[in-house]
Design a protein around this ligand. Structure first.
Ligand SMILES: [Zn+2]
Length: 235
């Protein structure tokens, strides 16, 4: 299974258009620090690809990765479908930009599909386990497994079982505002037996986006990676 990271930023991207914090100013001045919305492309054969969430940056994200370019026949695309973790705008609005594709299939829980098709905002009906899901992906040929849960809480018994037996894990790294929880979460992630542990979804206020930050160095020391665009993983 091939996994290509297409971006790492939570809603609004990094920097968002209206944020004046130090980190965002820095990212505006240095384009290599800026990053697109969090999304991933996965493929079992390297020819047919599925997007894990469709972000407002999807057009640029598919253009930046040669594996996702259309062709060789007119109208052909390697993008076979989209898997949605939830109905948040920054994870679904890209579906509108993929509208030219007539055979694109979107996979999501029933409440998410209902929210998208009836134009209700995802928060209107309150929290529910089915609003937000993670995916466990297994490659039958290699036996490799991946857990992809960019925004999923909490770390319950079922989730613990899933991540404990995965070869690669991509887990929520959105915020660093509650120190205790972030440090606890990072330690729990670092303790997993998976060969690679990656944060795929990070808010613009989170200091781990800055390579020079103390928090980022601490995570690197724990063996946790930031799933920036361009990162490729094979399982
Ligand atoms: Zn900011």
């Amino acid at each position: 299974m091939f996994i290509h990271r297409l971006g790492v930023a939570a809603g609004g991207g990094f920097p968002p258009w209206n944020c004046t914090c130090t980190g965002c100013r820095k990212a505006r001045a240095k384009s290599e620090i800026a990053t697109k919305h969090a999304a991933t492309a996965i493929s079992g054969d390297g020819e047919h690809w599925f997007l894990l969430n469709a972000t407002p940056d999807v057009r640029h994200q598919t253009a930046a990765d040669p594996s996702l370019h259309p062709g060789p026949q007119i109208g052909a695309t390697p993008v076979a479908g989209v898997l949605l973790t939830d109905a948040e705008f920054d994870h679904t609005i890209g579906l509108l930009m993929l509208r030219e594709e007539s055979a694109l299939t979107a996979y999501a829980t029933y409440p998410v599909l209902e929210a998208l098709t009836s134009w209700r905002h995802s928060r209107l009906s309150g929290p529910s386990a089915e609003w937000e899901v993670g995916f466990r992906l297994e490659d039958k040929a290699t036996g490799g497994s991946v857990v992809y849960a960019p925004t999923l809480h909490p770390w319950d018994a079922e989730f613990a079982e899933q991540v404990a037996s995965a070869d690669r894990v991509f887990l929520d790294g959105t915020f660093w505002t509650d120190d205790e929880m972030s440090i606890h979460g990072a330690r729990a992630l670092a303790a997993l037996p998976a060969k690679r542990k990656i944060y795929p979804h990070i808010n613009n206020t989170n200091p781990i986006l800055d390579e020079g930050s103390q928090e980022r160095r601490w995570l690197t020391g724990l063996g946790i990676e930031i799933g920036r665009a361009g990162l490729e993983v094979e399982v």
